[in-house]
Write a protein that binds this ligand. Structure first.
Ligand SMILES: [Zn+2]
Length: 124
């Protein structure tokens, strides 16, 4: 079983969910928007296919949406209920945060989606 730290690294850095070493994405920086969705076909370390079937990542959009909505509710609650900032400004802050994290969230949800369908092993 993977340690929490390595699972965190895999999900936040877009590493292969099976070996934890190979890069899933061509460009390591998700904020280079032109290359945001470009992926390697297979893992350079263990050979895992990163797109097992056509349209595989369609489901990751639902994951991305759910994570985005949940995190937005938390951000809204922090600014509106804890800091007492007006509802309008809290929505503006939420929109800014959501736009800001979108490239990261795109990759995070794809990596998480693939990891849900991949058995993790460390003996490679
Ligand atoms: Zn791999």
């Amino acid at each position: 079983m993977a340690s929490k730290r390595s699972t965190f690294r895999i999900l936040t850095q877009g590493k292969c969910p099976r070996c934890g070493e190979g890069d899933m994405f061509l460009d390591g920086n998700p904020y280079h928007l032109g290359n945001m969705g470009k992926m390697h076909k297979t893992c350079k370390q263990c050979g895992l296919r990163f797109e097992p079937e056509t349209g595989f990542y369609y489901g990751s959009m639902y994951l991305s949406y759910a994570i985005g909505v949940f995190s937005s509710l938390i951000v809204f609650a922090i600014f509106n209920f804890i800091f007492g900032i007006s509802t309008t400004w809290s929505f503006i802050i939420v929109a800014g945060v959501w736009i800001g994290i979108s490239p990261f969230l795109f990759r995070f949800s794809r990596t998480l989606w693939l990891s849900l369908f991949t058995n993790r092993h460390r003996d490679i």
